[in-house]
Ligand binder design. Structure first.
Ligand code: NAD
Ligand code: TYD
Length: 349
């Protein structure tokens, strides 16, 4: 397989790249990433010299570049993760979300169609998406299934919903073999400290305020990132073209309970007195249009492909906390901006 992975320098993408490069040495992995603020090649230091791995800095919306990559590397599979991914940024500046997530995806589909059409044998376009396309649930026990109607409510989720629709349109219209997975909130190593869990860990370490939106009552379903990367591996190799798979941890938490959990775990790790970090909690103005609750029914991927999460929240968070405490340099480089010089240093000097 010659696999074009997009967004491989980001949080989830870097775990997927490492997994595929390491576990499938006979496949070629081409990582196309434009290195926005969220792209960090320090995430991939350990595998950057592997013979089956190539990094290309570039935009998924650059038709000539994507065309060239398909030609040069005889791309057979696309694993598409590149996106603008942060809801708060999408509220401030929606247009870049439309450009990257919708137009960028359309460009990848169009170039794949050009190179593959007529011979879709052994080809797959795999789009990595989010549960946020399904909208927001009330408190209770109902969950998103693969049949839940789309009802995106933020510019981010609307852009991801649009790209999902485009991917399905290429399946129905041109018979392109596609697969989509919609996953719940991820956490784990290499997570950019603008999202809830890494931001809280960073601020607890530095004794900075912990901003909790609204009353902290919103619920998210959390999945350890390595479990997501393994699900992507399983779907890439065994998923059925035309299908959608929901991925989730059956692991719902109110935000405020997560923040309390992190405060207490970090106090114990850092030898601080019990309750010290909870003092940092600061309730701030709620996010505009804040989705109340997400919850995923992941029984299809379990029943059809045999995937279940390996980590509980407790084991996954323990690994995550250890990683952030042992990788202060990564965190310092991200917060100082030094990580953005890594590409020039490693690939151009
Ligand atoms: P991320 O923001 O950490 O990484 C995104 C990556 O895409 C970065 O490396 C960035 O440089 C790259 N990128 C952005 N625009 C690009 C462009 N125009 N061309 C090429 N590369 C570009 O995101 P993430 O959290 O790793 O999410 C990856 C994918 O998974 C996204 O599609 C996201 O919607 C989806 N997803 C994320 C979560 C989550 O909890 N983080 C959950 C479900 C689905
Ligand atoms: P986030 O990590 O941004 O993921 P998403 O919005 O995609 O679910 O936010 C997770 C939850 O945490 C969400 O309900 C918003 C909330 N939140 C805070 O309360 N404070 C924060 O500083 C951030 C970043 C998020």
């Amino acid at each position: 397989m010659n696999i074009l992975i997009t967004g491989g320098a980001g949080f989830i993408g870097s775990h997927v790249v490492r997994r595929l490069v390491t576990n499938y040495p006979h496949d070629n992995i081409i990582n196309l990433d434009v290195l926005t603020y969220a792209g960090n090649l320090e995430n991939l230091k350990d595998i950057q010299d592997k013979p089956n791995y190539i990094f290309v800095k570039g935009d998924i919306g650059d038709e000539a570049l994507v065309d060239e990559l398909f030609k040069k590397h005889h791309i057979t599979h696309v694993v598409h993760l590149a996106a603008e991914s942060h809801v708060d940024r999408s509220i401030k500046d929606p247009l870049i979300f439309l450009k990257t997530n919708i137009i960028g995806t359309a460009n990848l589909l169009q170039v794949a169609k050009k190179h593959w059409s007529g011979d879709y044998n052994g080809k797959l376009f795999y789009h990595i998406s989010t549960d946020e396309v399904y909208g927001s649930l009330e408190m209770g026990t109902d969950m998103f299934t693969e049949e839940t109607a789309y009802d995106p409510r933020s510019p981010y989720s609307a852009s991801k919903a649009s790209s999902d629709h485009l991917v399905r349109a290429f399946y129905h219209t041109y018979h392109m073999p596609v697969v989509i997975s919609n996953c719940s909130n991820n956490y784990g190593p290499n997570h950019f400290p603008e999202k809830l869990i890494p931001l809280m860990l960073h601020n607890i370490i530095h004794k900075k305020p912990l901003p909790v939106y609204g009353k902290g009552e919103n619920v998210r379903d959390w999945l350890y990132v390595e479990d997501h990367a393994r699900a992507i591996d399983v779907i890439l190799h065994h998923g059925k073209p035309g299908e959608t798979y929901n991925i989730g941890g059956h692991n719902e938490w109110k935000n405020i309970d997560i923040v309390h959990y992190l405060c207490d775990a970090m106090d114990a790790k850092l030898g601080r007195s019990s309750g010290e970090s909870r003092e940092l909690i600061t309730y701030v103005t709620d996010r505009a249009g804040h989705d109340l609750r997400y919850a995923i029914d992941a029984s299809k991927i379990k029943n059809e492909l045999g995937w279940v999460p390996a980590e509980t929240f407790e084991t996954g968070i323990a690994k995550t906390i250890d990683w952030y405490l042992h990788n202060q340099e990564w965190l310092d480089h991200v917060t100082s901006g030094a990580y953005q010089e890594y590409y020039e240093k490693m690939y151009h000097e």
